[in-house]
Design a protein around this ligand. Structure first.
Ligand code: COA
Length: 196
């Protein structure tokens, strides 16, 4: 057993629990800080806040928070938001709108847990599948989505600010028991998502 095994993940030199929980309006400031660090055209704090006012019932946003006690749904004092993911529900489809992880905490399975939890949750809310747009050169994101069996469905011309097309990807059938089992494994707090 290594220091990263089990329900506690090693982050730097400290052991702090990582919780995946619903995003609240109070989290928006910290979420925008993460976004600023990783996105070429970052969403503003206001854009995130709008997600809680404009048709909030059709949205599903999660944060990855270090240091929180328990896995409750509210903000815990002293916790640190290190990632987030969100989707919009349209009819029986979920559209993954954004996902990001603080660069200091990347490659530790945080996005894998976030995306798995997000897909399980939107499946519970009636989504049959999920779609998303990704920049064709975003290797990290493409690898992440491939790991969840997202596959290309088409292109959205000139979608990005640099004039690039977006790749449109579609994910797996979220109601399938085998898919849900795999998502539950990825959502669990294991260091590398290795499947038995
Ligand atoms: C994409 C992103 C969210 C991944 O976050 P992360 O927490 O580092 O990802 P994880 O550690 O959970 O990685 C899960 C899997 O994704 C793939 N992956 C993630 N980062 C990768 C990288 N830099 N290179 C290659 N594969 C990568 C791997 O398959 C990885 O599994 P492995 O570590 O067991 O090999 C992160 O790089 C990020 O915030 N990027 C900027 C924002 C962004 O591009 N969002 C997507 C918009 S479409």
């Amino acid at each position: 057993m290594t220091a990263t095994d089990g329900p506690w993940a090693t982050i730097g030199v400290r052991l702090r629990p990582l919780a995946i929980r619903p995003m609240t309006l109070d989290d928006v400031e910290a979420v925008a800080v993460v976004e600023q660090q990783v996105a070429p055209q970052p969403w503003s704090r206001h854009l995130f806040a709008d997600e809680f006012t404009i048709d909030a019932t059709a949205r599903h946003w999660l944060v990855a928070a270090l240091g929180g006690i328990g896995s409750g749904s509210g903000r815990v004092d002293g916790e640190e938001i290190i990632g987030f993911a969100g989707a919009m529900l349209v009819a029986d489809e979920a559209h993954v709108m954004n996902i990001a992880v603080d660069p200091r905490h990347q490659r530790q399975g945080v996005a894998r847990r976030l995306l798995a939890r997000l897909l399980l949750d939107v499946g519970d809310r009636g989504a049959v599948t999920a779609t998303l747009e990704v920049h064709p050169t975003n290797r990290a994101a493409l690898a992440l989505y491939r790991r969840f069996d997202f596959s290309p469905r088409g292109r959205r011309p000139g979608y990005y600010g640099d004039g690039s097309d977006a790749l449109i990807l579609t994910g797996p059938r979220l109601y399938r028991p085998d898919v849900r089992r795999l998502l539950a494994l990825h959502a669990a707090d294991s260091p590398d998502g290795d499947q038995p």
